[in-house]
Design a protein around this ligand. Sequence first.
Ligand code: HEC
Ligand code: HEC
Length: 155
Amino acid sequence: MKKFITAIFTASVIALSAPSVYSADDVVMSNSGGVPSLRGLVEISDVNQSEALKKVPREQHLMDRNYVQQPPLIPHSIRGYQVNLNANKCLSCHSFKNAGAMGATKVSVTHFITREGTTLSDVSPRRYFCLQCHVTQADAKPLVDNTFTPVDSLR
Ligand code: HEC
Ligand code: HEC
């Protein structure tokens, strides 16, 4: 045991005294703990600013879908709506059972189909995390140019 501790101690002394390519200033400026990534020793927020959060009105008119198979956008605010192991707030309005009373659209039956093609009597696990596909509507400028138009017969 004693030998082992001595070995660890020696190893750390060697590691700590090893010459570094980065100066102490670089290390202090970055939160990476001195571990360089492909980006170098800079904060990700310095090279890639995140977008400001969009304003999502509490309720708005549902925007048309741009193509068949597009997950419809969410025309209402979802602030505080939890989806986790124990609860799915979305289904408290959108499940077949509750949709009528809540005046909400039922999830489509495609949401009951597993990846093996079996139709379940409830939402399939692969459709449980609604926000994987559905996003709230916002007045947002497209991030990249897009010239997509649907074929005439499917407009
Ligand atoms: C309190 C009830 C309620 C909850 C909770 C709720 N919704 Fe809704 N949702 C509605 C109602 C009502 C509409 C219909 C509004 C309309 O057509 O203008 C709607 C519309 C939608 C639509 C558009 C459907 C269409 O007609 O094409 C989507 C998508 C949607 N909600 C997704 C979600 C998701 C995802 C969540 C959870 C993060 C969620 N909703 C939580 C009530 C709810
Ligand atoms: C893997 C992607 C995906 C997930 C996850 C998903 N959806 Fe969808 N959803 C879609 C697509 C695609 C459509 C449109 C085509 C269709 O009906 O299958 C749709 C359609 C809908 C519609 C409109 C149905 C109609 O009749 O117009 C509602 C409402 C909806 N989803 C709610 C939900 C809720 C609530 C959840 C979470 C329990 C959820 N979705 C999870 C992709 C998804």
